[in-house]
Structures are given as structure tokens and as C-alpha cells.
Design a binder for this molecule. Structure first.
Ligand code: SF4
Length: 103
């Protein structure tokens, strides 16, 4: 299975960086400037989210539904995801609209 990792720099928006990871089913976005380093993601799913010295995401280390459900626990909104358009119909993930961001 292919995975993709992109880093977007948005200079017009004051140093905003968005890191993007895709496995063809979901695309996970991480915005470092929003991260509060609560380590909830790395505690719940350490095989995917590593938040020690450098924040890393291994999107191939778990299934898309588990990753999506973990992202819904991120308290800052630093993590988010979108379903990929060409995913198989049988692969269901929670709707991103169910996300609750605690500020
Ligand atoms: S759960 Fe969210 S705020 Fe906490 S370390 Fe992970 S990305 Fe950062």
C-alpha cells in the first residue's frame, strides 16, 4: 500500500505549516502550531503517533478507522483527517464532522 507525506508551508498565513499523510483511504493533517503536546494521540495509538523528540506519524501502522477514532480525541484540533475520494466503499471511517475540539 502506498503512503504519501506532504508538508505545506503557507507563508501568507504567518508561518503556518500543515503536514499531510495519506494511505489512500484517509488523509491525516497535523498542524504543529496548534499542538499542545498533550500526548493523547501517542498514548492512545503509539504505533502511529510518536510525540517524543520529534512528532512523527506512521500512517501505515494501523487501520484507517482506528487512526480516525484516535484523532477525534485530539484536544487542540492539531490533528484532523479527511476521507480520500477513491477509498473502497466497504472501508468506513467516522465522519470528520463528529470531531469535537475542546479549546
Ligand atoms: S493529541 Fe493533539 S494536541 Fe495532543 S500531542 Fe497529539 S496532536 Fe498534539
Amino acid at each position: 500500500m502506498h503512503s504519501y507525506h506532504f508538508v505545506f508551508y503557507l507563508p501568507a498565513m504567518s508561518h503556518r505549516t500543515i503536514r499531510s499523510y495519506s494511505n489512500g483511504i484517509i488523509t491525516v493533517l497535523w498542524q504543529p502550531q496548534k499542538c499542545r503536546h498533550s500526548k493523547i494521540c501517542s498514548t492512545l495509538l503509539p504505533e502511529v503517533f510518536a510525540a517524543k523528540h520529534e512528532f512523527k506519524i506512521d500512517i501505515q501502522a494501523s487501520d484507517s478507522r482506528t487512526i480516525a477514532e484516535t484523532i477525534l480525541h485530539c484536544p487542540s484540533g492539531a490533528l484532523s483527517y479527511t476521507p480520500c475520494e477513491k477509498r473502497a466503499v466497504s472501508e468506513t471511517i467516522p465522519s470528520p464532522q463528529q470531531e469535537s475540539v475542546l479549546l
